[in-house]
Design a binder for this molecule. Structure first.
Ligand code: SF4
Ligand code: SF4
Length: 354
């Protein structure tokens, strides 16, 4: 029975060729960068043309996309989890003209296989309340620099980049090959004049995962034990009188080596490689330069089909730091010591048994 809760059943939006071959696909291949071919047991073929897209787009843009989909693939398209648009074409003859029209419009075709596909990212300064850095701005600068890798499948394997603008992390930074993560480095600045007027003291105290906040119910004020604060921003979510954004304290960290794929090795979490880079809008040269360095060193040194994390594990992280010339700092020790907690407590594979 239909309900008014949740999204509609996706089955009703599937192209006929997918409905007819559901669960009965024989194989797929990448014909060229940005073009996939799926073949069913029935012999039916489906062609997918992938175009890069921004994460924040206008309604006019969506209308343009739909118009193209109506013209070449009966209106059937989908957005991937990394914001690419995939036009689902059942008539092979439409692939070349569709690709040509996309290219004429300046919409890049690519992002498949051994490429850098569009960067998944979070809200940043444009929308969220706890970001330590911007999202769309940095992603634009990074992708401007790495754009050639989108369309040529010249890397050893897939290279997925993600950005989350705080460690609450609504982006995929823990499981991407290269991750850009915004970090706060200072505790919240408490405005006790406002706390009593705009916040509930008990829920603010309860919001702190480290028990760093002490509440005074009589005065309706709070104090923060700065030694215990880990700058997560949870308290600010509950209490707008405790902002922790700071131009000097906020910045960017870089993480490397995560992946979701089960191919060859288990899924991997990314590890800290650069603990802090400053926020330097509008072009963030330090962050862009460091990511470009990682990509170029990986492209020059990894074996074919090795993901970034697999390459790092094979050569050893010491060698990674040597090749990239990033300094190894005290902030790295927890992540790279044998006693790291996540090594033992996080299971990543679907193949494990209790
Ligand atoms: Fe907000 Fe953090 Fe998500 Fe960025 S990562 S959008 S700051 S919750
Ligand atoms: Fe607690 Fe996080 Fe607020 Fe620090 S920022 S006081 S750790 S809730």
């Amino acid at each position: 029975m239909p309900t008014d809760i949740g999204p509609p059943d996706f089955n009703q939006f599937l192209p006929p060729v997918i409905k007819e071959n559901y669960g009965k696909w024989k194989y797929h291949e990448i014909l060229e960068p940005g073009v996939l071919k799926h073949v069913g047991e029935s012999g039916d073929e489906l062609y997918t043309v992938r175009a890069g897209s921004g994460r924040l787009v206008s309604t006019d843009y969506i209308r343009d996309v739909c118009e193209i989909a109506d013209k070449y693939c009966d209106g059937y398209l989908r957005f991937t989890s990394r914001h690419n648009i995939e036009f689902l074409v059942s008539n092979k003859d439409n692939v070349a003209p569709l690709k040509k029209e996309l290219q004429e419009k300046g919409w890049p075709v690519g992002g498949t296989g051994r490429s850098i596909t569009s960067i998944v990212h979070t809200q940043g300064w444009i929308h969220c309340h706890t970001p330590a850095t911007d999202a769309s701005g940095i992603v634009k600068c990074v992708m401007d620099e790495l754009f050639d890798y989108f369309g040529d499948m010249s890397l050893p394997n897939h290279l997925r980049i993600a950005l989350a603008c705080c460690l609450n992390m609504c982006g995929a930074v823990h499981c991407s090959d290269i991750a850009i993560l915004g970090i706060h480095r200072l505790p919240p600045k408490v405005d006790n004049e406002r706390v009593g007027k705009v916040c509930e003291v008990p829920s603010t105290v309860a919001a702190c995962p480290t028990g760093a906040i002490r509440g005074n119910m009589k005065d309706k004020t709070v104090t923060v034990n700065e030694e215990r604060c880990m700058y997560c921003g949870n308290c600010y979510t509950m209490c707008p009188a405790m902002p922790l954004a700071d131009p000097e304290g906020d910045g960017i960290s870089l993480w490397v080596g995560g992946k979701v794929s089960h191919a060859r090795s288990e899924p991997m979490f990314s590890k800290l490689v650069v603990p802090y880079l400053p926020n330097t809008p509008p072009r963030w040269p330090e962050t862009v330069g460091a990511i470009k360095k990682i990509v170029e060193v990986y492209a020059a040194n990894a074996r074919k089909y090795e993901r970034v994390g697999e390459w790092c594990e094979r050569i050893g992280w010491e060698k990674f730091f040597e090749l990239t010339e990033f300094p190894f700092l005290p902030q790295h020790i927890d992540d790279f010591s044998d006693g790291r907690v996540s090594n033992y407590s996080f299971r990543t594979a679907a193949t494990f048994k209790f």
